[in-house]
Design a protein around this ligand. Sequence first.
Ligand code: AMP
Length: 307
Amino acid sequence: MSLTVVGSIAFDAIKTPFGERDRALGGSAVHFSLAASFFTEVRPVGPVGDDFGDAEYEVLRRHGVVTDDIEHVEGGRTFFWSGEYEWDLNTANTLDTQLNVFGDFEPKLSDASRNCDLLFLANIQPDLQREVREQCGGVQIAALDSMNFWIESTRDALLRTIAGVDMVLMNDAELRMLTEEPNLVKAAAAVRGMGPRIVIAKRGEYGAALFTEDGFFALPAYPLETVRDPTGAGDSFAGGLMGYLDSQGGNADGGTLRRAMTYGSTLASFWVEEFGCERAERLTRDEIVGRSEQCTHMTAIDSVPAT
Ligand code: AMP
């Protein structure tokens, strides 16, 4: 099995009440790939500029991430995002977005990336997401994420891209914004009506909710005492979820999807403990398994007796 992701590869300037970084390795495809690498082989697709050097490639390669489809654009600069969080860490305030090498990016996938079993269209311009989806004709599950920036500026393109995927993973606020529907249950149903059979609403510190034809499943977030930087929480959630599904042969039945949600939530909980993707550096499989077991205990209750 193999997993391909297209998304931003970035340098991030991040400020939270607990500290700041002026040049952290980031981008949706990077956070996703590092999280998924704990479960399967993953191939990020995207451009970088001259400022993306050996040290950055090394972070990915140390985790077994296959970097063959990262395209170096001579003379270009890597995508740059700057964001700030206040005490409510659920909302990022974007200060600056510089597309740089993404401005002229035309995705050209290698055979290995094109022949993937699972595909994740991480947060990036929706026409680029669709071009990649069209190149990967034979995938078992194609999933997509997006954000307010693209909903506001490229809404029609995003709707066309959503129609061609099996799964949508977005923040609850972004699902509401996309569908112009304040009720999350109705918003998820509206997205399922556009084509995808699975919708996952990420709800920050409140967890995540799954909507399928079988019904509804919700998972609380792991209760953390230390949250330093939520950047990458959504992408590491998606990486844990898709990485696990890939390791299960692309099976997406009800039980497997629920376990995948648990792994997604576990990876995101580790991610936010430190800045950017720094926590991935010393994260182990044992830690992931231990915390995901605790997550499953959080959701286990005996049936409620009739009174
Ligand atoms: P999240 O997992 O939602 O916190 O996403 C975090 C990553 O999204 C950061 O590392 C940013 O580099 C990246 N990002 C921010 N804005 C954009 C955008 N407009 N397009 C693509 N990626 C972005």
